[in-house]
Design a protein around this ligand. Structure first.
Ligand code: FEO
Ligand code: CA
Ligand code: CA
Ligand code: CA
Length: 704
């Protein structure tokens, strides 16, 4: 274990490296305030509630002095030696620093019950999948068992975002799926691979293992009955012929990132639900797509899954089924410790392509969730619960997520920001503008946010909240439709899909054709999670300081195929691009995971394939902690309460929608990072998404 690079690990934030993005640094703003006043507020928790307002740039903002009420961050210890980038020819393994170990804990198709044993050379079937770990692991959370067991036994709850249909159904090459004969049984197997996994894990003889049998092990899938609650429950827009009540829906889909609650439940967030819906083109001649369907990307195509061809629930023009797509795109609450509990879709938190739901709890137990809508030019949201968390009365917390205010973010050019309330009857969210009631505001969250003038962002992925300061960080993964076509082609009128807009650059999204993405952060006024104003800055602009690409021509930064590409960025240390997963550990280390998609093959010399880096939020120093197999995405990270065991997700190794997937990766069955499923790899092997468990050989805290 190398020692920390930060001799002054308690670096004052005012010493932080300057932000060369052109934005003001939020610490600079705070530092400009009178010291006596800042110190007063810093040491006086109750002063955070003092309401002082000032007018700045025409917008009403909270007390600037009161902003300092939240503690200032200090540099965490980051003590590991970075690993090299995984460049061509890539290693088909998860690589961590030499004094760490990464082992596969569980992967797609691994049994969750005794007596189940999928032969991975065969297509997956529904019955087997219902008792086995799901596909394409994504966001996850660890729920410890109480007391002394906390760091050795818990429920690891993880999302299964989507499937590669051809890989699951055994069709080769993958491109043949588009025209292959399709049966309901094949689609049911795919649906069973989606959703959420509750898995009891325990450290046995020093090694983490899945407990089988376990009363807790559970699959929640694309067909598991879920309740619908909150303001949109029972509304006409939520009713279908199969469910005239509008209160009960089958399944949760495209569960991307996640959240958790202080009362011990898990939140799974539905992202690209639109891709599962389709219809025959003749049906659209008779009944064209509505503007509402278009705003959410619901179309006739069924994207890549074709479910609507054999399962009428996914046919948007099947009789009485037009509203089925309205029943997806929500945050879903699950009680992992009650295997009989029904998942609940919490409509008060809004309907969009949800990425994570990051919890911020104030000193007074007020609750806020930060949420991104991951599509080009979509928005960032905050939900504030109407009631506070009650640590003494669990029953009082059960439906806290049904009542509250949903806001959307506007990032002003002067470094301030405002939370704009999506409340029916206010700011034009009225019947004459197509919003009959609050339920309609929520079902049509995107259209409501369009009307309020929220800031279009460069694809908001995960949000993360600093454990001490409650500063919020968000990954903006990339945006190919930003500032690179004439303004005359922009259509930002609420009737066009924001993803088809092409807005100009703005201070919060400062780069045209933003290939590498950036990380933004903000501080709520008064350190109050329920505040309606904040101050923000660009934390990091991602990029590659050495833009030589091995595949294809060498090019000059700023020029590639007629597009702007090749940003050097301002990362202090190991470069990365397309930030996606984001998580703060208990010591304030910021862990960022990447989803470079087209550049996941290790062909960027300086970045290589996808990574997980550890970042100091004060100095912005970045160190590469983990590299991954070819064509995968690193997504999902959590640790045990003592910080000594970390779980990291590896999603879609080898994925290639044109080939057999197997040319690119055989992880984890190639024996890398765990026992191989084969004595020798057969010709029909399947790369499988999975979770690795990371420990330090000296038993220390991960990253320290
Ligand atoms: Fe499923 Fe936006 O990542
Ligand atoms: Ca993501
Ligand atoms: Ca992504
Ligand atoms: Ca993904």
């Amino acid at each position: 274990m190398s020692s920390s690079r930060h001799p002054d690990s308690k670096l004052n934030p005012s010493q932080a490296v300057s932000n060369d993005s052109g934005n003001r640094d939020i610490y600079d703003i705070i530092a400009q305030r009178p010291m006596t006043r800042r110190d007063f507020f810093r040491t006086s928790a109750t002063a955070a509630g003092v309401a002082i307002t000032a007018t700045l740039g025409g917008a009403l903002v909270g007390s600037r002095e009161a902003l300092a009420a939240a503690p200032m961050p200090v540099s965490p210890t980051i003590g590991f030696t970075p690993v090299p980038a995984n460049v061509l020819p890539m290693t088909d393994a998860v690589t961590v620093p030499a004094d760490y170990t990464a082992r596969t804990l569980i992967a797609w198709g691994d049994a969750l019950a005794p007596g189940v044993n999928w032969d991975v050379t065969q297509p997956m079937d529904e019955a087997t999948q219902l008792k086995s770990y799901g596909a394409h692991t994504d966001g996850m959370h660890y729920f410890p068992f109480p007391g002394s067991q906390a760091n050795a036994r818990g429920l690891l709850v993880s999302n299964s975002e989507y499937v590669d249909p051809a890989l699951l159904n055994g069709i080769t090459p993958a491109s043949a799926y588009a025209t292959a004969p399709l049966t309901l049984a094949m689609v049911r197997a795919q649906q069973a691979a989606h959703g959420v996994n509750v898995v009891e894990i325990q450290k046995q003889g020093g090694e983490w293992k899945v407990r089988k049998p376990s009363a807790f092990n559970r699959r929640i899938t694309g067909n598991t009955p879920c309740d619908i609650s909150g303001p949109a429950a029972g509304h006409a827009l939520m009713q279908t012929a199969a469910d005239p009540s509008g209160r009960r829906v089958l399944g949760t889909l495209n569960n991307c990132a996640h959240g958790y609650t202080p009362w011990g439940t898990y939140l799974t967030c539905e992202e690209n639900f639109n891709g599962y819906f389709g219809t025959a083109s003749a049906n659209l001649t008779a009944a064209p797509l509505t503007s509402h369907e278009r705003r959410y990307g619901v179309s006739g195509s069924g994207f890549r899954y074709r479910w609507h061809e054999v399962d009428p629930r996914f046919d948007i023009r099947a009789p009485g089924n037009q509203n089925e797509s309205n029943r997806f795109g929500w945050v879903v609450e699950i009680d992992p410790f009650n295997p009989r509990s029904t998942p609940v879709k919490r409509t008060a938190m809004g309907r969009f392509k949800h990425e994570s739901a990051a919890l911020a709890m104030g000193r007074d137990n007020s609750i806020a969730y930060y949420m991104g809508d991951d599509e080009r030019n979509e928005y960032i949201y905050k939900f504030v619960c109407a009631k506070k968390f009650n640590p003494r009365n669990p029953a009082a917390n059960r439906n806290l997520l049904d009542e509250g205010t949903l806001y959307v973010a506007r990032f002003n050019a002067d470094g301030t920001g405002n939370w704009l309330p999506l409340v029916w009857g206010q700011n034009g969210l009225t019947p004459e503008n197509g919003f009959a009631d609050q339920a309609e505001v929520l079902v049509k969250t995107r259209q409501a946010a369009d009307r309020l003038g929220a800031t279009m962002m460069d694809r908001p992925e995960w949000t993360a909240v600093h454990p001490d300061t409650l500063e919020v960080y968000v990954t903006l993964t990339n945006n190919s439709r930003r500032g690179n076509t004439p303004a005359s082609s922009n259509k930002v009128d609420g009737t066009s899909v924001a993803a088809s807009a092409n807005p100009p650059v703005d201070p919060a999204n400062p780069r045209p054709d933003n290939d590498y993405g950036h990380i933004l952060r903000w501080r709520e006024a008064g350190g109050d999670v329920a505040a309606t104003s904040f101050e923000w800055d660009v934390f990091i602009q991602c990029g590659d300081k050495n833009t030589t690409k091995v595949l294809g021509a060498t090019y000059t930064p700023g020029e590639f195929g007629g597009q702007t590409i090749g940003y050097a960025g301002n990362i202090n240390g190991d470069d990365f691009g397309a930030p996606d997963g984001l998580w703060f550990d208990q010591d304030g280390r910021l862990w960022v995971q990447t989803d470079q998609q087209g550049d996941a093959q290790g062909d960027w010399v300086n970045i290589g394939g996808n990574v997980m880096n550890c970042i100091d939020p004060v100095t912005r120093e970045s160190r590469r902690f983990l590299t991954s197999p070819p064509n995968c995405e690193v997504t999902g990270v959590v640790a045990t309460p003592d910080g000594k065991t970390m779980f990291v997700g590896i999603q879609h190794p080898g994925e290639d929608w044109a080939t057999n997937f197997t040319e690119n990766s055989a992880w984890p069955d190639n024996g890398a990072n765990g026992p191989t499923a084969y004595s020798t790899l057969p010709s029909v092997h399947k790369p499988r998404s999975g979770i690795v468990v990371i420990t330090r050989e000296d038993g220390g805290v991960i990253g320290a």
